[in-house]
Design a protein around this ligand. Structure first.
Ligand code: ATP
Length: 253
């Protein structure tokens, strides 16, 4: 498997208004290459809107998003994806009537060979590349099954495979463990850590489960009312008094 460097992501003055309401308010954030960053905040803090701005699903009212040195804000979602930012979970891309394998091959089609950094790079080998992705996320044995009848956990793994297929530089995960049992959550955290280690990509996740956040992320950004209340290493964020009173409540140890 050929590996690539990850990429850094920077937002400068990133702002999104809906009418008079400001959902994302002057967010300045730098996510380093190969970092795992968690974005946390209470309901309505602006996490989903921020992710939509990062993926090109929304245009900013003001400010910009840069991937490395390249400005990507203002581009359409499919262009942003081609530049190397993909997303799993909130926007499900599964075709339920196709097989698991066909779903991943479809995600690989349209990606130039040069972009298949993680997987075997040749069109004749798209099938093989799809198998590599499925093996990585642990559902290779499900490859011939119809995607729509997969168990919930396997369907989430397939969503992850589809997001990983284009060999992204940055992977965005919307609440990767939402709705999972403690056991499934633990397995997901291990899987994400393995993917991050093997592919050396940058991961940005939004998550409500603080065990997941503090177990996985190297840096945490806390959003409240669209603004960055704090960011830094998990231990610093965890003991930040403003964060505790605004959001974390009883999590202080
Ligand atoms: N298209 C829209 N039009 C108007 N208001 C919107 C729109 N999208 C989001 N908002 C508002 O922006 C605010 C931030 O919403 P957002 O979904 O980004 O928060 P969130 O942090 O993802 O919340 P949650 O954790 O509940 O998913 C909310 O008050 C929401 O009602």
């Amino acid at each position: 498997m050929e590996l690539t460097t990850a990429a850094s992501l920077t937002t400068t003055g990133l702002t999104r208004r809906f009418g008079n309401f400001t959902a994302v308010d002057d967010v300045n954030m730098t996510v380093g290459e190969g970092e795992i960053r968690a974005v946390i905040g209470p309901n309505g803090a602006g996490k989903t809107t921020l992710f939509n701005l990062l993926t090109g699903h929304l245009r900013p009212t003001a400010g910009e998003v840069r991937l490395g040195n390249q400005v990507i804000s203002g581009r359409r979602a499919h262009e942003v994806a081609q530049h190397g930012i993909t997303r799993a979970f909130q926007t499900t891309n599964i075709f339920p009537s196709m097989t698991v394998h066909e779903n991943v091959v479809t995600a690989l089609l349209g990606v130039s060979h040069a972009s298949l950094r993680f997987w075997t790079p040749a069109s004749d080998h798209l099938e093989k590349a799809a198998d590599e992705v499925l093996d990585l996320v642990g559902i290779y044995d499900q490859r011939s099954r119809q995607a729509g009848i997969l168990a919930h956990g396997d369907q989430r793994a397939l969503e992850l495979a589809i997001a990983l297929a284009p060999s992204p530089k940055i992977l965005l995960l919307d609440e990767p463990t939402a709705g999972m049992s403690p056991y499934e959550t633990q397995r997901s955290v291990e899987l994400l850590r393995k993917i991050w280690r093997e592919l050396k990509l940058t991961i940005i996740l939004s998550e409500h489960d603080m065990e997941v956040v503090f177990g996985l992320a190297q840096q945490v950004t806390v959003l409240v009312s669209g603004r960055v209340l704090a960011d830094g290493e998990p231990s610093a964020v965890r003991s930040n008094r403003e964060v505790i009173s605004a959001y974390l409540g009883g999590v202080e140890e």
